[in-house]
Design a protein around this ligand. Sequence first.
Ligand code: NOJ
Length: 584
Amino acid sequence: MAAQDPSLWWRQAVVYQVYPRSFKDTTGSGLGDLNGVTEKIDYLAALGVDAIWLSPFYPSELADGGYDVADYRAVDPRLGTMRDFDRLTETAHAAGLKIVVDIVPNHSSRLHPWFQAALHAAPGSPERNRYIFRDGRGPNGDEPPTRWVNHFGGPAWTRVPDGQWYLHMFTKEQPDFNWDNREVREDFLTTLRFWCDHGADGFRVDVAQALAKDLNRDDLDDYGVMSTNDMPADGSHPVLDRDEVHDIYHEWRREVFNRYDPPRFAVAEAWVRPERQYLYASPDDLGQIFNFEFAKADWTYPAMKAAIAEGLACAERSGSTSTWVMSNHDVHRHATRYALPQVPTHEYHQISADWALRMGRTYVENRPLGTRRARAALMLEMALPGSAYVYQGEELGLFEVPDIPWDRLEDPWPLRSDREESTKGRDGCRVPLPWTAADAPVPEHPNDQFGSHGSFGFSPAGAASDPHLPQPKWFKDFAVDVESDDPQSMLNFYRRVLALRHRLQTADTSCRWLDCDAPSGLNDGADGQPGGVIAYARENGWACVTNFASKPAALPGGEVLLTSAPLTDDGLLPQDASAWLSLR
Ligand code: NOJ
């Protein structure tokens, strides 16, 4: 059995995503902090993950949850200090965990000193040239250079007092950098080295598809800035997934990643067409890319099978390994997604109770079913070759919090969109974690779903501030201490699955479909969608079988190692369940 080369740990790691402001607060500010992560290293090590990816913890005005960075080489003082970062990294390393840092290179915060300097400098100045400033259209230049709409709604250009406009693909607080400028490139090389020197083992690269832009053409208005759907597959889009973006990553690889021992790795957050993903995952490029097809897939045989096939194909083409993601801070929690009717809408991040009601859709969250499917999905995911990304709280089986009051929301998406049209955005998966059943927020009236003066152990008892997003009453049942004591809990299930994965995993990343893998040919899957059995095996005979069909399925011969739900009395695998077997 081939053992994994330790320097290639990232090829098949379980990476736990920490959204720092919502993980653990040690100061009572209501915001999670770096010391909170350090305090919970034992918890993460016991869970069985290999690495921690820290979403941005940099100084930020939080116009977009920290993805608006005011200083790339510092810690937000509300979250700690560089010394705290170093201590976190040392503690993680001592526990055998790697640290992955989130890099946000497409845009900075408007508070970044460079952008402030650009605002105070003249059009055409070197300061302006670090960002994308243009004159407007129309006789007085008062029409934006293009009609582009930013990712959160509203124009993608904002005018400054002297009449020029700057580009922002996200909020107006997030001006896009000009990556044609050598100074920008050098500065990011310095930032990457800075974090490597502070112990970072790898990077997650935000909006990795958008850095290279070609704005010197006449057809810009024919494109949207963020729509992946109509994105050409030949690199000809003016701002997304251009071939030149890879020159940037090749330089990162050559000048930074490969200069460290062991070489650092990176994973691209790049919503690009599946056939272009391999470019980002190649060994001379970032090294890996998130397979969002898996997160987008409905809980049906064809959708899940296609997403797995895409991931494996990308890995084969790139020579890297695939990644498997079900949840992150941008999409609604998968326990909720799988608990909703599995109609193929691809609206995986747009579900929320009030939005659904407004759209005349039913929002019936069948929690036992969502939990059952989330367990089956975990086993389906964790036996696949490649890395698996676990988003904080999914190990507790947390559901989306869809009903945060409008006046408590933080996400720019709903706040900057027309409320009548909008969902409640991404805050429902970013609610601070419940660590203890005690210290529950106290409701102000019997119908209050949230309450105040308590945080389920997220903040220290008697904290001066409530958690920055409100925790619902039902979080009590999902608290870490409650689940730790319950052998049947999702938390203990995650621990078992990850421990077994570690025992069974080898360096070989081949994967073959088993004969029993087949669509059932019937609409007997979830909510009348096609059913079937996904079954695959690794080289050492470690096999996973998942049944999406209403009819219980026969397992291939072999030793059953673990199941996500009890087998039938006849030893068959029921619907919405997975089994791991040893075929030898
Ligand atoms: C992707 C991040 O995951 C998301 O949270 C953020 O809003 C955008 N990039 C912009 O940085």
